[in-house]
Design a binder for this molecule. Structure first.
Ligand code: VAH
Length: 314
């Protein structure tokens, strides 16, 4: 039976991944950790430990205490926050990752950490971006993600740690809103549409980015981690995506459910610059071929579900 430690368990991915893994592997086998506890279901529904990922000893001791065989490292700053505090972002994102990899090495544990479409840069082919291509990101977040992919591959080749990763697109969810990302407009728009019937986008019309609904992201993590290691040609990290849209297209889809919805624009130059450096769409063929990646939600299906769930919640 898997015994999984998750860092950043109370963040956008972690708060839902923790619950999903507890359903599958049993609550007591999923140890949620984060820098501080809160009242969320992820923190309350099973083992929780307060862990600062920049403290190697704390991470190793917690992993040993719970006898984990899998480390899922999610604690990190997202793109916009990292761009505002680049030195802090390097220390947290890279220091935390190194500590998580060292913990996995010491416990001979399987390892997962997310990369991102943010690992690509302005010289990367923008449409149907290949799995193996030029990666010269111009953001601190992107530098962290490319370095993180290389470091995770190094731990596989040098120490035999079973490291695996996914280059996630923008993730959309109704449980825990993301903090400090560039793609967050695609989450905020749903909340604002329901609460106020309008949204002012900080990303300009015509800016296409890959996106994915959280249920598909969670299934991708679980399916990758369960995949037969002999079939993996790549490891860190696989392109995965479900859809690519611009703010106009998501606004049109929302208008089908909320009549009179009004979209306006007040572009944030910092986040627009980040978004412009990323691909318009990436190619998930390697993930499909090597471990059967498949997304269930497109923009229409996601929008219907998001609005239904948020109407109940708000
Ligand atoms: C961000 N949501 O915007 C994250 C993600 C692809 C974007 O990495 O920073």
């Amino acid at each position: 039976m898997k015994r999984i430690m998750i860092t950043g368990a109370l963040g956008q991915i972690g708060s839902e991944l923790t619950l999903k893994l507890r359903e599958i592997y049993g609550s007591d086998n999923v140890i949620a950790t984060d820098i501080r506890k809160n009242e969320s279901e992820a923190a309350q529904s099973g083992p929780f430990e307060t862990v600062d990922v920049t403290d190697l000893n704390a991470m190793v001791e917690t992993a040993k205490k719970h006898n984990v065989d899998t480390v899922m490292h999610l604690a990190a700053l997202l793109s916009a926050t990292a761009e505002a505090k680049p030195v802090f972002a390097w220390n947290l994102n890279m220091g935390g990752l190194m500590n998580a990899l060292e913990t996995a090495r010491e416990l001979n544990a399987q390892f997962f950490t997310p990369s991102s479409i943010g690992a690509f840069g302005p010289t990367t082919p923008k449409d149907n971006t290949p799995q193996d291509t030029i990666m010269r990101p111009t953001t601190m977040y992107g530098v962290n993600k490319v370095a993180g992919e290389l470091l995770s591959d190094y731990y596989f080749h040098k120490f035999g740690v079973d490291t695996r990763g996914l280059r996630f697109p923008g993730l959309i969810s109704y449980v825990t809103p993301p903090g400090g990302g560039t793609t967050d407009y695609a989450v905020e728009i749903y909340y604002e549409a329901i609460k106020n019937g309008r949204y002012t986008s900080y990303i300009d019309r015509g800016t296409y980015m890959d996106m994915m609904y959280m249920p598909d992201a969670l299934n991708a993590i679980i399916n990758l981690m369960e995949a037969d290691t002999a079939k993996l040609v790549h490891r860190n990290s696989f392109n995965v995506t479900a859809m690519s849209f611009d703010p106009e297209e998501i606004a049109v889809e929302i208008s089908k459910h909320i009549s009179g919805f009004e979209m306006s624009y007040q572009v944030d130059p910092v986040r627009q610059k980040i978004a412009d450096s990323w691909p318009n769409s990436i190619d998930p063929t390697a993930a499909q071929n090597e471990w059967g990646f498949k997304a269930e939600y497109d923009l229409a299906k996601m929008t219907k579900d998001m609005i239904e769930k948020l109407r109940q919640q708000l």
